[in-house]
Ligand binder design. Structure first.
Ligand code: KG4
Ligand code: ZN
Length: 334
């Protein structure tokens, strides 16, 4: 079964063809990052306009790279939630138009379920159940993946998402958007013990995250240094901050693994590309003798192959939509 996946929830217009949820036939991503950089973050109105301009060409390119035509498709999977509403609407309306004109089934896919499915593409042997750390620019969840379409959130962030926490702290240090990527690179050269940062806990909810205090601590540290005319080592601060964020993520994740008796672990989302997070997850899973699955680095960020992969399992579960499908800015993964 060949599905066309379409993704437009944030600042990437993407289309991909995937066979039986596991084999990528093509994957095309048109990123708008350079355009949003000058504003220090994604400007929703610009994002929607760029999606409208790019989507036809991106879908055509995905078909052509796979050597397929519309007649070879068995369905159209599209991200319908969560994300920027104007951006989502471009993908959803395009997918609806294509489904209507071709008569193909329309399959709505939750963006974070898609991120989890990036593991199905990277590791053909992986099957639920497993425990997944889902860390993106907009969300940080510990998810129990009971089955492909049966998921339960065990822990979530109370304020900033992990990617957002990286991007905001990076911005304060003068690193351009999306700072998480660059901060990870710079941190490799720094000393993670150079600056002392807090390790926030959420009272009464041991699996939940809170990153805003950590971000404020960095802002205070930078302001104090500026006032006193002290020099800050950016690599050292990046390394210290990255270690603080990663230790919050791993501590709660492995606590959840212990509480649930998880036998298999995975991670997903843009932040799962983080070098230290990957190393730490591997080390801690290894110590416990638990198998750990990480998406290929090329599949951590937003792409449409992961949407087509999850779309396959949604289709098998009977989750298709009619022409009344709407985009949703917020919707739980459950
Ligand atoms: O999953 P994603 O591509 O988009 C959303 O669904 O939000 O995640 C984007 C986020 C951004 O905040 C970006 O800074 C962060 O993932 N990110 C990273 C790294 N690569 C991407 N954060 C830390 N280290 C990285 N290597
Ligand atoms: Zn994403």
């Amino acid at each position: 079964m060949i599905l066309l996946g379409i993704e437009s929830s944030c600042d990437e217009t993407a289309a991909a063809l995937v066979e039986d949820g596991r084999t990528i036939l093509s994957s095309v991503i048109a990123s708008q990052v350079e355009e949003h950089k000058i504003y220090g973050g994604v400007v929703p109105e610009i994002a929607s306009r760029r999606h409208s301009e790019a989507i036809v060409g991106v879908v055509q390119e995905a078909l052509s790279q796979a050597g397929k035509s519309l007649a070879d498709l068995d369905g159209i999977a599209v991200t319908y939630a969560p994300g920027l509403i104007g951006a989502l609407l471009v993908g959803v309306n395009f997918a609806k138009g294509l489904a209507l004109s071709t008569g193909l089934p329309l399959i709505p896919v939750h963006h974070l379920r898609g991120h989890i499915a990036s593991n199905y593409l990277s590791s053909p042997g992986l099957e639920p159940p497993f425990l997944c750390l889902v860390v993106s620019g907009g969300h940080s969840h510990i998810v129990q993946v009971e089955d492909y379409t049966k998921l339960k959130i065990l822990g979530r962030t109370r304020d900033d998402a992990a990617g957002e926490a990286f991007d905001k702290a990076a911005r304060a240090m003068g690193i351009p958007y999306p700072g998480g990527v660059e901060m990870d690179r710079v941190a490799e050269e720094g000393n993670p013990a150079a600056y002392k940062l807090p390790h926030p806990h959420v009272e009464g909810a041991p699996l939940d995250f809170s990153f805003s205090g950590l971000k404020t601590a960095v802002l205070n540290l930078l302001n104090n240094a500026r006032q006193k005319g002290e020099e800050i080592s950016v690599p050292d601060l990046c390394a210290s901050y990255r270690r603080a964020v990663v230790s919050c993520l791993t501590e709660n994740f492995f606590q959840a693994a212990e509480m649930t008796g998880a036998k298999t672990l995975a991670a997903a989302g843009g932040v799962s590309a983080n070098r230290l997070l990957r190393r730490e997850l591997e080390r801690l899973a290894g110590e416990r003798g638990l198998p750990l699955y990480l998406p290929d680095k090329s599949l951590c960020g937003d792409n449409a192959a992961m949407i087509a992969s999850q779309g396959y399992y949604e289709f098998l579960a009977g989750n298709t939509a009619g022409m009344d499908l709407n985009a949703c800015a917020q919707r739980t993964i459950e």
